[in-house]
Design a protein around this ligand. Structure first.
Ligand SMILES: N[C@@H](CC(=O)c1ccccc1NC=O)C(=O)O
Length: 316
């Protein structure tokens, strides 16, 4: 069992507050800066790529996705599906860097699919489409619903876009958790399996994620999520590591040097568990980045993670 059980409430709260661990920016400005950088990157991506925005993949208001098409998309193309983070919620006062008040309820203070296209430019120029998936964050969405929505968004893409040849998943923080939940989906429930000749997804890049939700139950993060222990366990990828099937996808678990020790432990333990179950998994520990710029830098062509992702896709 993890050492988190012996931590004080304060220490645990610290460990699960990524903004407190960056040597680059202080805790009161880093989330604002993260949103500004990802919003500006998304604006650049929308100005340069051909897009289909707010495409509904289900009936719910939050069930929309944005597609950034590759520069040349006359034939088939691979897709990187990006799942944003933000601790699965949009109302926690501690997620907002400013004091609680009407201002802190503004949607722009929380990551959403609308600031999640920043990784597109280096990928679309290499023939890879990028899809930013929206999902219903808490308090509107329940953890089970978010997992279901992300799974459904993939089934939708496979069905609607026959020109897609290979879906790669990339999630950040809470989004890495959702991506990891997709790895053990029973696709027969989504009626897509008979047509699938490649595994779904073909590869997964899990960046600074949480794979055991139990510690979160004891922190402010659960104020908006309201998870019971049962919900947290049912939605913990760490508890569902199944033996790899022959066509199982390649998994890259990425963690930042300046992620908290608990976040770093979670990535280490999850990647080890997958490896022990026969999965093809690598743990990439990136130097000189924190919980936020580890993902922001995907807007840069020369960033090591951008190159690793392009490499994973081109090897398929
Ligand atoms: N309250 C958190 C905020 C946070 O975790 C977060 C903010 C923006 C994007 C991703 C985040 N983390 C996980 O999804 C913190 O202290 O950093």
């Amino acid at each position: 069992m993890g050492g988190w059980r012996d931590m004080s409430a304060e220490a645990l709260e610290d460990q699960y507050s990524p903004s407190r661990w960056s040597p680059r920016l202080d805790r009161d400005t880093i989330i604002d800066a993260h949103l500004a950088v990802t919003a500006a990157g998304t604006e650049r991506a929308r100005a340069s790529a051909q897009t289909s925005l707010h495409v509904p993949y289900g009936k719910g208001d939050g069930e929309k996705l944005d597609i950034y098409f590759p520069t040349d998309h006359s034939g088939t193309f691979p897709v990187l599906v990006y799942i944003h983070g933000g601790y699965w919620q949009c109302l926690s006062p501690q997620l907002a860097p400013t004091a609680p008040g009407p201002h802190s309820l503004s949607a722009s203070l929380f990551p959403s699919k609308d600031e999640s296209g920043f990784a597109a430019p280096p990928l679309v120029s290499q023939g890879v489409a990028v899809v930013a998936v929206g999902y219903d964050t808490a308090p509107r969405g329940h953890m089970d619903t978010m997992v279901l929505q992300v799974r459904r968004s993939l089934a939708f893409l496979v069905e609607q876009y026959p020109e897609i040849r290979g879906i790669y998943l990339c999630g950040h923080s809470a989004g890495a958790h959702l991506a990891a939940m997709v790895l053990f989906t029973d696709w027969t429930e989504f009626h897509v399996v008979p047509d699938i000749k490649v595994p779904l997804p073909s590869g997964a890049v899990l960046v600074s994620g949480v794979y055991d939700l139990e510690p979160i139950l004891h922190t402010y993060v659960n104020d908006a999520l309201n998870m019971s222990r049962e919900v947290a366990q049912r939605n913990s990828p760490m508890r569902h590591v199944a033996p790899a099937v022959p066509a199982a996808c390649e998994v890259l678990v990425v963690v930042a040097q300046h992620d908290s020790p608990e976040f770093r432990r979670q990535s280490q333990e999850y990647s080890q568990a997958l490896r022990a179950a026969g999965w093809s998994v690598s743990l990439l520990d990136l130097a000189s980045v924190d919980h936020f710029d580890v993902i922001e830098k995907l807007s840069e062509n020369s960033y090591i993670l951008t190159q690793v992702i392009l490499n994973m896709i081109s090897r398929a």
